[in-house]
Design a protein around this ligand. Structure first.
Ligand code: GLU
Length: 397
């Protein structure tokens, strides 16, 4: 789950969208993009890497100045890939076949492959390997001149989590947003309105926000915002005035990051389990990359971690022993790396590290691998050292 900003109003959208992305940078992301409507055409610029790098690259190669991209309505997105690897094609925004509709999405569409199959049979052409792209084509498939209606119809067929922004070149005075399980807010300005996945992205422009709830949609124009449920019934929403400064905003109003992270735990757990539940059970088979036969041979599990991850590991120990009936030990990675642990090919070493760069934990997994143990890491950062050196990785959100 990463970031979304959308703008409709009196100003040029691109600089606001880019600025917003930079404000969400602290969350980490693998690719980014923006899309605006100019003279009834959808423009899309996207690539892998940080928005600043993408801007520089485009300026150098194609002389495109992002700040000068025209259009008073637009969307931007920073992606943390869940479906489809980190490529330009998979970056958001995604468009429909005719390049009339552009969308950004945070979350996971669970039933995307069924929908994709049906749409391909109907002649839709897909460019990316994401779950997200089906939304653009599904809206296109339901479009009969009203983007709000088409989005509503599409959402009724979708299962999963989403924070969604939609624009349509045939209706350039509208921006549609919708939410289920992934956070999305509406920012209210004067002659301009915003959508964002988090407050810091828009705080520079407005402190009046509406929090969208699950299964709610928002229809934004320059001068108006109306909120409805998924069936189109109007909902009266409270307008909240945020009195945080930019620094507090990054901490969602909490005094410090630790408090924020503690309060975000239910959301982090939901996001982490999202996409890993099949028929009511957590399923990590594909990610595990261990054959059934090898799994059965595992007779001991050692969890290595430091600090807060070590505390999380203690909870994991109880749960794993209870469920798997395999002896589990939790070790400080810093101790493990300097002793002579009894580890062999039938040991599963689980490494927990938020950043994926914790030096002691990295050294501990190298030690474990030397002794032929299988290493599974639980980390938050794609491409991090620990994720690269482990046999399997489970990413948290
Ligand atoms: N599931 C989508 C993708 O992989 C959205 C990821 C996100 O929330 O950034 O493209």
């Amino acid at each position: 789950m990463c970031g979304i900003i959308g703008y409709i109003g009196k100003s040029k959208a691109a600089p606001i969208l880019i600025e917003g992305l930079k404000r969400l940078e602290y969350r980490g992301y693998d690719s980014a993009g923006i899309s605006t409507i100019n003279e009834n055409n959808i423009l899309v610029e996207k690539d892998i890497g940080k928005i600043e790098e993408i801007q520089k690259k485009r300026k150098k190669e194609e002389k495109i100045n992002f700040e000068k991209i025209e259009g008073n309505v637009g969307l931007s997105h920073c992606r943390w890939a869940t479906h489809g690897s980190v490529t330009k094609e998979n970056a958001h925004p995604h468009t429909d076949c005719k390049n009339n509709i552009s969308i950004v999405h945070n979350g996971i569409i669970e039933n995307f492959s069924e929908i994709k199959e049906k749409l391909i049979k109907k002649g839709h052409k897909f460019i990316s390997l994401t779950d997200t792209e089906v939304i653009a084509h599904l809206i296109e498939d339901n479009y009969e001149g009203n983007i709000e209606e088409a989005t509503r119809k599409a959402l009724k067929q979708i299962e999963g989590s989403y924070a969604l922004g939609v624009i349509c070149s045939k209706e350039p005075d509208k921006l549609i947003a919708a939410r289920n399980e992934s956070p999305l807010i509406i920012g209210l300005g004067k002659d301009e309105n915003f959508i964002a996945s988090d407050v810091p992205a828009i705080l520079k422009y407005t402190n009046k926000v509406i929090y969208l709830e699950n299964n709610e949609m928002a229809i934004l124009t320059k001068n108006n915002v109306s909120i409805t449920d998924i069936d189109g019934n109007k909902i009266d929403k409270k307008i909240n005035e945020i009195d945080w400064d930019a620094e507090q905003a990054e901490k969602s109003g909490y005094d410090h990051f630790m408090l924020k992270e503690i309060h975000e735990q239910p959301m982090a757990i939901t996001e982490t389990l999202n996409g890993r539940i099949r028929n009511g059970n957590v399923n990590i088979k594909e990610e595990l990359d261990l054959s059934e036969e090898k799994l059965k041979k595992i007779d001991r599990i050692i969890i290595v971690a430091c600090g807060t991850s070590w505390h999380a590991a203690l909870v994991g120990e109880f749960m794993l022993e209870e469920l798997a009936k395999i002896p589990v030990e939790v070790e400080y990675a810093s101790e493990f790396r300097y002793r002579n642990p009894i580890v062999n090919e039938n040991t599963l070493v689980i490494a927990i590290s938020q950043s994926g760069e914790t030096a002691d934990t990295l050294a501990a997994i190298r030690e474990a691998k030397k002794r032929n143990a299988k290493v599974l890491s639980i980390v938050n950062v794609k491409g991090s050292s620990i994720s690269r050196e482990s046999d399997s990785v489970l990413y948290t959100f």
